[in-house]
Design a protein around this ligand. Structure first.
Ligand code: NAP
Length: 284
């Protein structure tokens, strides 16, 4: 690729961003599609978010991802928000069309695609651990595809609030409760799906799991959206008990693919993203 005056620029903003692997994913996709574009990471501290967003707008940066801690606070700085991102209350992808910034959220779609690609049965109960930004994106997307949702969160009030918001959009049973390390065996039926969206188990907290896996059996699926390490303690234990598992890298790859499509209207073979993600994580 030749970087010249016509090179289109894409970015990710967050704090910290030093360890983000998104540039590897998107730059590989630009190479595969032979688009004259580059993707760079900018550390933006919360106090400078408004200035940074204005700068990206006026420098004609064509699109950018938004990560922790700006996914919620970026919304009022944009011109328009896609209805599903508005419901979720968080934006992870922004498209800049002639200075007009439109916000999207691809996390939920990324999670859904990761589950569909692994042929996971979505007709059992879906137990979501956590009620933060990723949980919201996943819950608002899956609510249209599953038969029951239980949200379990360390801060119970947030679980109850998310459950109550979800109930406004669905007729399926949705409940919220406090996250208990000890899941009761009565709570789990064959065919159920557990999704960890808490940061428990994420590097450097690799010796912890959000739940005791004693009650997990082979007919349960466990999806952990944490992707550092590639296989979390929760996933390792669930696998040892014969459960079907889905790693967080799959969601990471599909949410990136969705962002790329929003910006470029081009679909890239998902293997391009997988290869880039695996290589980048191995190097870390
Ligand atoms: P967030 O909004 O800050 O939410 C964090 C969640 O984790 C909250 O529910 C929080 O509970 C819970 N939590 C934190 N520490 C905990 C602990 N010690 N015990 C129990 N619960 C705890 O963060 P987020 O944006 O949702 O991201 C959450 C995780 O998902 C991160 O690890 C992130 O890297 C990962 N992620 C992965 C992808 C992907 O593509 N694979 C995409 C987005 C995020 P409280 O409400 O009680 O604080």
């Amino acid at each position: 690729m030749h970087v010249n005056g016509e090179t289109k620029i894409y970015a990710i903003i967050g704090d910290p961003v030093e360890h983000t692997i998104s540039p590897f994913l998107h730059n590989s996709a630009f190479k595969a599609t032979e688009l004259n574009s580059i993707y760079v990471a900018f550390r933006v501290i919360p106090e400078r978010l408004a200035q940074a967003v204005d700068g990206l707008r006026s420098l004609s940066v064509k699109g950018f991802n938004v990560t922790i801690p700006h996914k919620v606070t970026v919304s009022p700085l944009l011109d328009e928000i896609d209805p599903s991102a508005r419901k979720i209350g968080a934006v992870n992808t922004v498209k800049n069309t002639n200075g007009r910034l439109m916000g999207y959220n691809t996390d939920g779609e990324g999670a859904l695609m990761a589950l569909e690609e692994a042929n996971i049965n979505l007709k059992g109960k879906t137990i979501i651990l956590g009620a933060g930004g990723a949980a919201r994106a996943i819950a608002f997307t899956l609510v249209k595809h599953v038969n029951e949702i239980v949200i379990c969160n360390r801060t119970e009030a947030k679980a109850l609030e998310l459950a109550s918001e979800l109930r406004k959009h669905t007729d399926i049973p949705v409940t919220g409760k406090k996250l208990d390390f000890q899941l009761s065996s009565e709570e789990l039926d064959d065919g159920d799906l557990i999704i960890n969206t808490t940061s428990v188990g994420m590097h450097p907290d690799i010796d912890n799991s959000p739940i005791n896996t004693d009650v997990i059996s082979r007919n349960i699926t466990v999806f952990d959206i944490v992707y550092t390490p590639f296989k979390t303690k929760l996933l390792k234990e669930a696998e040892a008990r014969g459960a079907k598992t889905v790693p967080g890298i799959n969601m990471l790859v599909y949410q990136a693919m969705k962002s790329f499509e929003i910006w470029t209207k081009k679909t890239v073979n998902v293997e391009v993203f997988f290869k880039a993600a695996t290589n980048a994580l191995e190097r870390q």
